[in-house]
Design a protein around this ligand. Sequence first.
Ligand SMILES: [Zn+2]
Ligand SMILES: [Zn+2]
Length: 360
Amino acid sequence: MQKTMKAAVVSEFGAPLRIDELPVPTPGAGELLVEVMACGVCHTDLHAAEGDWPVKPAPPFVPGHETAGRVVGIGPNVDGYKIGDAVGIAWLHDACGKCEYCITGWETLCPSQRNSGYSVNGGFAQYAIASAAYAGRLPGDVDFASIAPIICAGVTTYKGIKETQAQPGQWIAISGLGGLGHIAVQYAKAMGLRVIGLDIAADKLALARSLGADATFDASSPDAIAQVIDATGGGAHGVLVTAVSRPAFSQALQYVRRGGTVALNGLPPGDFPTPIFDVVLKRITIRGSIVGTRYDLSQAIAFAVQGKVKANIHTAALDDVNDVFDQLKAGKVDGRVVLDLTKARTQKTRSHADDRYATV
Ligand SMILES: [Zn+2]
Ligand SMILES: [Zn+2]
């Protein structure tokens, strides 16, 4: 009898996800079968389920790219893994390994990359497939729900901060202090930067201060730009924009220091005006930053394992995924929601627990 698993499935764009029984996948060459313990819910999962982006996934598919779990099956041609190892499966599911981007340590730009929860089924399921060469290694005693957001939100902001090229002792402004931003504040402090937090919500500003931000300002205030310039003695050396509102992008170009870099993580639809004169005369760099490489991921995980970065999480059962999406759409999530797959299993499929390794 084929073993099945519970999964949240996008059957058509814009429709609620369906909780289905799917066959447990079989790991192919170079692949691992992972029993999912926890999977964070990212805005990208919403965009995937709605079919918002120009390159669309093909329903039916399983979203989820902040997957943390244990190896329960190992395909052919895999070295260095054993049953029971703890791993993370990130947005970068795998890449070609041969193109100019892959061979120069920029596998995140590989045109042939495949993405978890998008072009490959993701972690909103009891089991998921990882590519052994691209999985993130986690310590055996890791807290899966706590580490899950690090696998996307963590590595994305960590890489974004590196991309600003701000050096220890210098100022970084983090614009947007939600799911990404509250993690970014902690990475920036752990990396020795001085941190300004900007948001329009007072509770998010307070959270940033409690996480170590040196100063926070209300981004909707007409004085916000002057306040950042004043507090930093001439502007922030680096700016990381995680906000999903376009005015935040224009604002960043005005409070970045001369010679500074504005790195963009947030993905609101549309464009923002770029003042050419300022960008040229102040030698401002505007740089997109997308997730992180395998090396970035290992570093991002190391900060979290040392307790220097901790996502503010709430857990939910897999069956509640549509409620979680509604909360995300309404902007009601502070921090990150993580689907706890052990919760779903306990409630609904406990009777399968004993034979869950049967097919591997
Ligand atoms: Zn994500
Ligand atoms: Zn490639």
